[in-house]
Design a protein around this ligand. Structure first.
Ligand SMILES: Nc1ncnc2c1ncn2[C@@H]1O[C@H](COP(=O)(O)OP(=O)(O)OP(=O)(O)O)[C@@H](O)[C@H]1O
Ligand SMILES: [Mg+2]
Length: 220
């Protein structure tokens, strides 16, 4: 599903160059559940942004589901994102003015799903994270754990093959965090490819496979 060779990502700020990724080669099979673990600044989010087609590498190749995405236009990349990838972020990234249901409908809107089908599908996604009774709440009217579950419902609503989660439990208490990890394990069992980033070793061990990153390089 994911095949990268020698990914490099450099940032130059004020004359200093940071090698955020320094030769990352990684293969992830369809249906695998992988955690990427590393300390702060090791390059985890940089890697996730590239895997998620949110950002392009400075050099190196990236093949996603058989397609070379290293050299595609922004429009094509955004199509690939909305068709293949669901994102979950540490800070939830819900839209404050929209209800839970409307937030979950967004990826379906991007895929031009008709209104009625959109709300039915979004409602089913909310049910799958046990939040159908909060469908009309806005993000400020939900707990952190509930907001993250809405974000998960949004990530899965359009049925993407891949779920990318960057520190999904980082802002949650241990109980809500455990719930989120259970949901991710369930998604993995249902056949999704799940890549989760964390700096927490205990969280990292929940996955089938652990990739350790340090200074932009894969150690293990
Ligand atoms: N847009 C940017 N411009 C310049 N440097 C950046 C940029 N984004 C990241 N970096 C640098 O690249 C390195 C890797 O950052 P990255 O965000 O990938 O780390 P991380 O592993 O996700 O850390 P954390 O656990 O704190 O989220 C850091 O040294 C950071 O300062
Ligand atoms: Mg990060």
């Amino acid at each position: 599903m994911i095949h990268t060779r020698d990914l490099q990502k450099y940032y130059t700020v004020g004359g200093t160059t940071v090698r955020a990724l320094d030769g990352v080669s990684l293969d992830i099979d369809d249906g695998e559940y992988v955690t990427v673990v590393g300390t702060s600044g090791s390059g985890k989010s940089t890697l996730m942004n590239i895997l998620g087609c949110l950002d392009a590498p400075t050099s190196g190749s990236y093949t996603l589901d058989g397609k070379d995405v290293s050299a595609l236009s922004d429009n094509t990349l955004s199509d690939i994102r909305s068709n293949k990838i669901g994102f979950i972020f540490q800070s939830f990234n819900l839209i404050p003015g929209l209800t839970a249901l409307e937030n979950v409908e967004l990826p379906l809107l991007y895929r031009k799903v008709p209104k009625r089908q959109r709300s039915e599908t979004a409602m089913r996604a909310l049910e799958s994270v046990r939040l159908s009774d909060r469908a009309l709440h806005r993000p400020t009217e939900l707990s952190g754990g509930q907001q993250q579950r809405v974000a998960i419902a949004r990530a899965i609503a359009a049925n993407p093959a891949i779920i990318l989660a960057d520190e999904p439990c980082g802002n949650l208490d241990s109980r809500s965090g455990a719930e989120v990890l259970d949901i991710l394990s369930g998604l993995s069992r249902s056949g999704k490819t799940v890549v989760m980033i964390t700096h927490n070793e205990d969280t990292a061990r929940k996955a089938q496979r652990l990739v350790r990153i340090s200074d932009g390089k894969i150690l293990q």
